[in-house]
Design a protein around this ligand. Sequence first.
Ligand SMILES: NC(=O)c1ccc[n+]([C@@H]2O[C@H](COP(=O)([O-])OP(=O)(O)OC[C@H]3O[C@@H](n4cnc5c(N)ncnc54)[C@H](O)[C@@H]3O)[C@@H](O)[C@H]2O)c1
Ligand SMILES: O=C(O)[C@H](O)[C@H](O)COP(=O)(O)O
Length: 386
Amino acid sequence: MHIIADENIPLVQEFFSELGSIETLPGREMTSEQIKQADILLVRSITEVNAKLLEGTQVRFVATATIGCDHIDQEYLKSKEIGFANAPGCNANSVVEYVLSVLTLLADQEGFQLQDKTIGIIGAGNVGGLLQQRLESLGINVLVNDPPRAEREGAEGFVTLDELLAQADVISMHTPLIRTGEHPTLHLLNQTRIEALKPETILINTGRGAAIDTAALKERLQVKNDLFTVLDVWESEPNIDHELLELVDIATPHIAGYSLDGKLGGTEMVYLAVCDYFGLPVRKKLGQLMPEPPLRKLSYSSRADQWYAILTAVRACYDVRNDDMALRRAFSRAARNGQSTGEAFDLLRRNYPVRREFDTLKIQLKTSQKKIAAQLEKYGFGTKLG
Ligand SMILES: NC(=O)c1ccc[n+]([C@@H]2O[C@H](COP(=O)([O-])OP(=O)(O)OC[C@H]3O[C@@H](n4cnc5c(N)ncnc54)[C@H](O)[C@@H]3O)[C@@H](O)[C@H]2O)c1
Ligand SMILES: O=C(O)[C@H](O)[C@H](O)COP(=O)(O)O
C-alpha cells in the first residue's frame, strides 16, 4: 500500500512503515496530482480533504490525526465509499492544561482566586467535559452549555448559551466548527452575543476560530476594550487578522493541543484505525516506539503556600506566555522582513518545542505538605512526599 502523510505527523514512519511505502508532504499545499497513487491519506487539520483533492486518486482510506474534522468532507468520502477516521480526544488533556495555564496566569496577574469565578464551558465533549471535571474537582463553579448533549441527556446540568454569557466570569469555548444543521457553531458568538458579554469577562477560544465573529470581537475590543481575550484559534488561519492579534491579551498559534503526548496519541489512534479498517494485525504500540522519558522532578519545600506551589508547577510544565511571545515576535520579524505572517504562523506550529503534560512532572514535597500535594494532584501533577 502507498501511504501519503502530512509531514507533521510524528512517528509516522515508525508506526506505518510495515504497512507500505510512506511519502510525506507539506499539508497546506497537498494537491490531487501529488496523492494520485496513494491508498491511504493521513492528514492534519490544515489539509482540506474534499472532491477537489480526491477526485482522480485511488485513495481508499483517509485519517486525520486530530480531533477536529471540519476540514474533511465526510459526505463526499461516504459517497465514494472511502473509509475515514479521526482521533477523538487525543489531545484533550493538552487543551485542558493550556486553559489551566491561562487561568492560573490570569489569577496571579489580576489578583483573583479561581474559586471566586464562575467558569462557563461552551461545548462539553472530550475537551470541555474533561475541563469541567478538572475545574469542579478544584471547587470551581462551572456552567455548561451543550445543546446537542442537553437534547440527548436532558436539560439538567446544562444552561442556555445566553444564560451562560450573562453569568460566567470566564468563558471557555470548545465547540467543533459546524456550519449547518440544528446547532451550528459558525459565528456562535455573533455581534449580539459579543456585545452582551459582561465587562471584564475573560474569553478563551481553543475550539475553532470561526466560532467567534472576528469583526464583532474586534469592534468590541476597539470601542470598549473591556474584555480579557485569549485566542489560540483564529478565523482564516494561517492568515490571521493582525489588528485582532494586537488587541487580544494572550495570542497563540493553534497549539493548545500540541503536547507531545497529545500529538503522538493522535498518530497511534489513526494507526489503529487503519489496521482496523484493512483488517491488519496491530504490531506497534506507542509505548514501544517512544519509551516513557524519565519523569522530571521538581522539589517544592521553600514556601508552605498552596497557590505558589501550583503556579510553580504549572509554569515549570507549560507557561502559555512563551507561546504568546513567540507568535508576536515571529509576526514582527516577518513584517520587518516583508515576509508572509501566514508562513510564520505555520512555521511556529511545525517547529513547536517538545511540551510534556502535567503528569510527567513529579513534585517532591515534605511530609508536612500533604494538603499541597492533594491540590497539585487535582491539577494532574504527580507528587511524592518525604
Ligand atoms: N486548539 C487546539 O489545539 C484544539 C485541540 C483539540 C480540539 N480542538 C477543537 O475543539 C473541538 C472540540 O473538541 P472535543 O474533543 O471536545 O470534541 P467533541 O466532539 O468530543 O465535543 C464537542 C462538543 O461540542 C458540543 N457542541 C456541538 N455543537 C454545539 C453548539 N452549537 N453549542 C454548544 N456545544 C456544541 C457537542 O455536543 C460536543 O459535546 C474540536 O472539534 C476541535 O475543533 C482544538
Ligand atoms: O483538532 C485538533 O485535534 C487540534 O486542533 C489540533 O491540535 C490541530 O493540529 P494541526 O492538525 O493543525 O496540526
